[in-house]
Design a binder for this molecule. Structure first.
Ligand SMILES: [Zn+2]
Length: 246
């Protein structure tokens, strides 16, 4: 999960914090700051990308919308329909999970061949990483569906996130192989453009983890990536985020 910097509250022409009347009005500014990607599964998408409330505007069991949460810039990220609906209106205790706008979520989650996501750290952080994976259904795999009459089959079949991650992994591996055969600047640029168009930044970063130049390019090419989460003197290895849990 790409660690991002949402940045300060957007301001209006008078220098005051913008007061949103509809939370969806923040969508354009968010895309400009952190790119047109789901903040959780990292899918690239355009019209279906929605403003997501980290803490739900109407938590489960509540009858009233929490207007403070609903319009709070610091409570906004972007989410695809699958991540949005899987998380639903679960009223999260923030510290039980890891968040891309606060923690170094790339350091805490391990991406493996086939697009599999598992905790990367040990102990408490592994537990929080697992909570996070589960909250968004990042461990859902369509291949385990055996019963086609399952009521949830349609929902799960429409969840392309795992398939997309697997494809992204294969694309990144192929790109790495091409680069090993013909390592020119132009090809490096092309690969980064392909990654930008496809999304799944964490997968590209993982496949190219031994290539600091590619890591630097990927960090710079995706808007809002938290640069402080990586040590440029150590080949852009992920490091603990200041103020974050990991
Ligand atoms: Zn998503």
């Amino acid at each position: 999960m790409r660690p991002v910097v949402r940045g300060n509250y957007p301001i209006d022409c008078h220098g005051d914090n913008i007061q949103y009347h509809e939370y969806s009005d923040a969508r354009g500014e968010l895309i400009g700051r952190i790119g047109e990607y789901c903040s959780y599964c990292e899918m690239q998408l355009d019209s279906a990308l929605a403003v997501e409330h980290i803490q739900p505007k109407k938590p489960r069991g509540c009858t009233q919308i929490d207007s403070q949460r609903e319009m709070d810039w610091n409570n906004f990220l972007l989410a695809c329909p699958n991540c949005n609906s899987t998380k639903g209106n679960t009223d999260v205790v923030l510290d039980d999970y890891l968040w891309p706008d606060r923690d170094n979520t790339f350091r805490a989650l391990k991406y493996s061949e086939g697009g599999i996501i598992t905790p990367a750290l040990q102990g408490e952080m592994a537990h929080k990483a697992q909570n996070t994976i589960h909250l968004f259904g990042l461990d859902k795999m369509p291949s385990i569906i055996t019963d086609m009459t399952d009521m949830n089959y349609k929902n799960r079949a429409s969840d392309r996130r795992w398939n997309n991650r697997r494809e992204a992994w294969d694309n990144a591996e192929r790109a790495k192989k091409r680069l090993s055969q013909n390592d020119i600047d132009e090809l490096r640029e092309q690969i980064v453009e392909t990654a930008q168009a496809n999304g799944y930044w964490s997968i590209w970063m993982t496949v190219f983890e031994d290539d600091p130049d590619m890591c630097r390019r990927l960090i710079e090419a995706f808007p809002g990536t938290c640069k402080d989460c990586f040590d440029a003197t150590q080949g852009y290895k992920p490091v603990k985020r200041q103020g974050g849990q990991c």
